[in-house]
Ligand binder design. Structure first.
Ligand code: HEM
Length: 360
């Protein structure tokens, strides 16, 4: 039977709501570790494709390492809609168009290689800045009253130093830009978060524009923007998770257990079957990265099966840098906050990320 446009729209809306509801149910109640899920897979069918939510990490791993799936710019329809409505969204839209997260093949590999060298340099630079970071916290420790305030302050400082180094934009300007940004990886397209992040970029650049895409300067700015959009939230979540958990000795080892990024999305581009699932081109897949019960690694050990930083061609470029920052966070805690904090932060997941909020 042929559907009317209204019936077709209702069907699409119902499917979108089903997907959002299932993502919310799966990840909004996530705990610090051992994220038990009541169903390994949920399939939501539409007339011409299906959306599949995978909560079983062994299936996630196979999907993320298969050539049958590719990344997609899932923000594109929402961003185009905002642009049509006359919203000023150009800078963030260009970032999504250029981001390696949404690229495949040669273009992806070349930019990723350029990032690799820049990140090595940034990691070494941060290590050299450790005395400055210690001094910064030593001076301000009385004003820092909760794990979340500490974490936000530390990441703002580390990210600020690195962005300023990459872009030559003054640190004070970078700090203000960072205060405007928001997590855009929500379980559905959240317009105001993208607008806020565009505001952050607009403040950062003022009257100028980011440099040309495929130049050395262009890569430096793209990496600075990637840090703002993709690096800050999981870092804040991970450091806070360690403090809230009471893990003071091994922040780095905590990542595999806490897995601050809950899930990633892919588009099926070739027929693929796994377990009882059949994927066809056009199907969308949301794959959980969270270790289930008894899958998280004990504190101190190295879990090679962890998906905390993703797996396959899109594995996180910021892993080494993140481990350096986690090491610095642990040292600052030991030096300046041995007694802990007077205020409390509690888990409050935010879309794709593990996040925290302060209690009153
Ligand atoms: C604890 C901290 C971090 C965690 C847990 C984390 C997690 C992840 C995950 C799971 C992916 C895979 C995405 C996918 O497969 O779709 C990813 C990709 C990525 N991450 Fe991170 N990340 C962290 C820190 C950072 C930092 C500091 C940066 C700084 C630039 C960064 C930049 C990126 C980029 C550019 C990609 C895309 C890589 C590609 O598509 O090839 N991340 N990250």
């Amino acid at each position: 039977m042929v559907q009317t446009p209204i019936q077709e729209n209702n069907m699409k809306l119902k499917m979108t709501l089903d997907v959002v509801k299932t993502l919310d149910k799966g990840f909004n109640k996530r705990v610090l570790t051992e994220h038990a899920s009541d169903c390994p897979v949920k399939v939501i069918s539409c007339d011409n494709h299906q959306e599949v939510l995978v909560f079983d990490v062994s299936i996630s791993r196979k999907i993320l390492t298969s050539k049958a799936f590719s990344s997609i710019n899932y923000f594109k329809p929402g961003i185009e809609h905002l642009a049509k409505e006359g919203e000023s969204i150009n800078l963030i839209s260009n970032f999504y168009e250029q981001s390696i997260l949404f690229k495949e093949g040669k273009e992806h590999d070349e930019v990723k290689k350029a990032f690799h060298y820049l990140l090595e340099d940034l990691s070494d630079g941060l290590q050299n800045n450790k005395p400055l970071i210690m001094k910064y916290f030593d001076k301000r420790k009385k004003r820092i009253s909760s794990p979340l305030i500490f974490t936000n302050t530390l990441i703002q400082l580390c990210a600020g130093l690195m962005i300023s180094k990459l872009t030559s934009i003054p640190l004070k300007r970078v700090f203000h830009a960072l205060s405007l940004r928001r997590n855009v990886f929500f379980s559905h397209f959240h317009a105001s978060r993208h607008l806020a992040s565009n505001d952050a970029f607009a403040y950062l650049y003022g009257a100028s524009n980011p440099p040309e895409e495929y130049t050395h300067e262009g890569h430096k700015h793209l990496l600075a923007q990637s840090l703002i959009i993709m690096g800050i939230d999981p870092l804040v979540g991970e450091i806070c998770a360690n403090i809230v958990e009471g893990n003071t000795e091994n922040f780095i080892g905590g990542v595999d257990r806490h897995c601050p990024t809950s899930f990633v999305s892919r588009l099926c581009v070739q027929p693929y079957s796994i377990a009882d699932l059949e994927f066809n081109p056009g199907d969308i897949c949301y794959t959980s990265l969270l270790p289930g019960k008894n899958e998280g690694c004990p504190s101190g050990s190295n879990n090679s099966s962890s998906l905390a930083f993703g797996v396959g061609v899109h594995t996180c470029i910021g892993k080494r840098l993140s481990l350096v920052i986690l090491g610095i966070a642990q040292e600052v805690m030991h030096n300046c906050f041995r007694e802990g904090f007077s205020g409390q932060s509690v888990i409050s997941p935010d879309g794709a990320f593990l996040a925290f909020r302060d209690t009153e």
